[in-house]
Each structure stands twice: as structure tokens, then as C-alpha cells.
Design a binder for this molecule. Structure first.
Ligand SMILES: Nc1nc2c(c(=O)[nH]1)N[C@H]1C(S)=C(S)[C@@H](COP(=O)(O)O)O[C@H]1N2
Ligand SMILES: [Mo]
Length: 320
């Protein structure tokens, strides 16, 4: 799989990050170094991680990572969409600093044998953490490459034994206008809601993220728990999740519900289906070369080989 992911190889020389040590480790792994050496390096990561605050223990998943250079930690943590903390890209990093992510509960409901409210530690406990470097393509036609830390969403969902009626999964963000100043304005319907079809949710690329760049998620990136669906536009990646519900019908999601002509339920990255107000054929890559040439947008954000089969027989212009 890494070979296919590597095919676009779009590393701009200007995309240099300050995380040199981190990257050299990744480059070695991406370069196909032997398994023993890779495990040795993962061990080094773990030992080193105990020393710095917020560091996580994880193993790098090269097979599920692109080999493009990740954006810098600064880009990833200061250029954000998180409307609960303001609509400017710099607002979340400024306004989310005091957001409380502990204690944190997640309610599991709907069509499953096991439902209820669980504390975050119990949600996370059984899941070993992986690092996966994924492309992120925002519906606003910009992109980044982000080294997430997380675990497969499907592994979490299976634990609650969804019934045969569970055809979709709905996710909700915390609603707490006291802590989230953006929720005091009606820029969106609150709380933020997203959803996936069950087979999409069970796809091994769908990730529950708890960290990035080897450390616990910064609040502005959706701490303590957020969704990443790399073949879809970024808005599907709902942040700070407090509710997961198995449903029979497609949930009404925030963006598709409020502007159905602009944002679809599926929201698969598709260079051939434009947003009514702009083209989706190309993207601006955030980083040192952000105002250099635009890059072509890839079908399913470069993950077509892995996920196109989920949509065989569907008219992707109709189900956008
Ligand atoms: N709750 C919530 N989740 C959200 C958003 C939001 O405004 N609120 N913005 C979405 C959009 S449009 C994008 S592109 C990604 C951005 O994630 P990042 O800031 O970690 O890059 O988060 C998504 N998740
Ligand atoms: Mo986005």
C-alpha cells in the first residue's frame, strides 16, 4: 500500500520542517528499512517519549502512510478550522488554550448491543496507538500532510456490537458555549454533527486520532478525540467527540444539512465535482511554498486504490 501512496511523491524542497530528528526516523522507515531495525527505532521513540510532556507511545504504520514531507507542527497547529473557537484560521490556536479535555465522556448509543456513557480512558485503553501520515484536503481547496497518532475507528465501533440495523454512524462534538465562544454565535448549527456509512466507518483507513507529531492532540486540532477520514474533505473529520450513535438512516450532518447544494453527505475528495463557488480541481498546499504553483487534487485525495470500491455503482456527481 505504501508504494501506491508514494506515487504522487509531491515533496517540495521548501517543505522543510524543523522536526529533523523526527523526520529522519520517518524517512528511514518509509525507505523500507528492515523490520528489526524499524522495531528498534520504534523502541527508541518510546523511550524518548517518556521524557517530554504529552508524548505518546506508538508504532509508525508505514503501510498506511504517505511518504510526502509532513507540514510543520506550527502550520498544523496554527492554521485550523474549528468554528467552535472562531472562524479565522488563527482563532482556534488562540481561543482553545484553556479548553478542558479531562474529565471527558463519550456516549455510545443507537443500534448496538452495548450502549452507555464511558469515560475517555475506558474508550482508549484497549487500542494500541499508531502513527499514520495522511493527506488532509479541506473543501476550501487547501491541503496539508499530517502525522496523526490514533487507532482504527472500526476497532472501536466493533466493541459495542452494532446490530444489523446499524447502517450509519453519527458523531457529535461537545456543546459547551461557556468554553466554546464560537457556539455563542449562529455561524453553524450546534453541536457540530458528522456521519459515515457503516462500511466507510469500518474501512481500515478511518482513524480515531488522539495525537499528532508524537504528542497528545493540541486543543485546536480536536482534543481529546477526533475523526480522520483521509479520502474525504476535512470537514468530515469531526473534532472533540462526545457522542457516537449507530443509526438506521443517514444522520443530518452540520454542513450537508445547512447547505446541501455546497456540501454533500459523502464529501469524497473529487477533482471533477466543483463546489458551486470554486473549483476542486487543484489545491494550495499550506507551508513555505503556499503561494507557489497549485497542486492537482487527486480522486479520493490519493486513496482511490484503497477506497473507490466502497462507491462502485454510485454516481459520484449525484452522491457528492
Ligand atoms: N467540531 C468541529 N470539527 C471540525 C471543524 C469544526 O469547525 N468543528 N472543522 C472541520 C474542517 S472544515 C477541517 S478542514 C478539519 C481541520 O482539522 P485541523 O484543524 O486539525 O487541520 O476539521 C474539521 N472538524
Ligand atoms: Mo475543511
Amino acid at each position: 500500500m505504501s508504494k501506491k501512496f508514494a506515487d504522487s511523491g509531491r515533496i517540495a524542497p521548501s517543505d522543510i520542517t524543523p522536526h529533523r530528528q523526527y523526520l529522519s526516523r520517518r524517512t528511514l522507515l518509509a525507505g523500507g528499512i528492515g523490520l528489526v531495525a524499524a522495531q528498534g527505532l520504534a523502541g527508541v521513540t518510546r523511550r524518548a517519549s517518556a521524557q517530554s510532556a504529552g508524548a505518546l507511545a506508538f508504532t509508525h504504520n508505514a503501510a498506511f502512510s504517505v511518504t510526502e514531507q509532513p507540514n510543520t507542527y506550527t502550520d498544523i497547529t496554527t492554521y485550523n478550522n474549528y468554528y467552535e473557537f472562531g472562524t479565522d484560521k488563527s482563532d482556534p490556536s488562540e481561543n482553545a488554550q484553556n479548553f478542558h479535555t479531562r474529565p471527558w465522556n463519550v456516549t455510545i448509543g443507537g443500534e448496538a448491543e452495548l450502549t452507555g456513557t464511558f469515560n475517555l480512558e475506558d474508550i482508549l485503553k484497549p487500542h494500541p496507538l499508531e502513527e499514520r501520515v495522511y493527506r488532509l484536503r479541506c473543501v476550501e481547496a487547501w491541503s496539508m500532510v499530517i502525522p496523526w497518532i490514533g487507532f482504527p475507528l472500526g476497532d472501536l465501533l466493533k466493541r459495542f456490537k452494532p446490530t444489523s440495523k446499524a447502517k450509519f454512524v453519527e458523531f457529535k462534538t461537545l456543546y459547551d458555549p461557556k468554553q466554546m465562544p464560537g457556539q455563542r454565535a449562529r455561524v453553524l448549527e450546534w453541536p457540530y454533527v458528522e456521519g459515515l456509512r457503516m462500511d466507510e466507518a469500518m474501512h481500515p483507513l478511518a482513524l480515531m486520532a488522539v495525537g499528532l507529531y508524537g504528542k497528545v492532540l493540541p486543543n485546536q486540532n480536536g482534543a481529546p478525540l477526533r475523526l480522520i477520514v483521509p479520502w474525504k474533505y476535512g470537514f468530515k473529520g469531526i473534532k472533540s467527540i462526545v457522542s457516537i450513535k449507530f443509526t438506521e438512516r443517514a444522520p443530518r450532518t452540520t454542513w450537508a444539512g445547512s447547505a446541501a447544494n455546497e456540501y454533500g453527505f459523502f464529501a469524497n475528495v473529487n477533482p471533477e465535482v466543483d463546489h458551486p463557488r470554486w473549483s476542486q480541481a487543484t489545491e494550495r498546499h499550506i507551508g513555505a511554498n503556499a503561494f507557489g504553483p497549485r497542486r492537482p487534487t487527486l480522486p479520493f485525495n490519493g486513496y482511490a486504490a484503497q477506497v473507490a470500491g466502497l462507491y462502485s455503482g454510485m454516481d459520484l456527481r449525484k452522491y457528492y
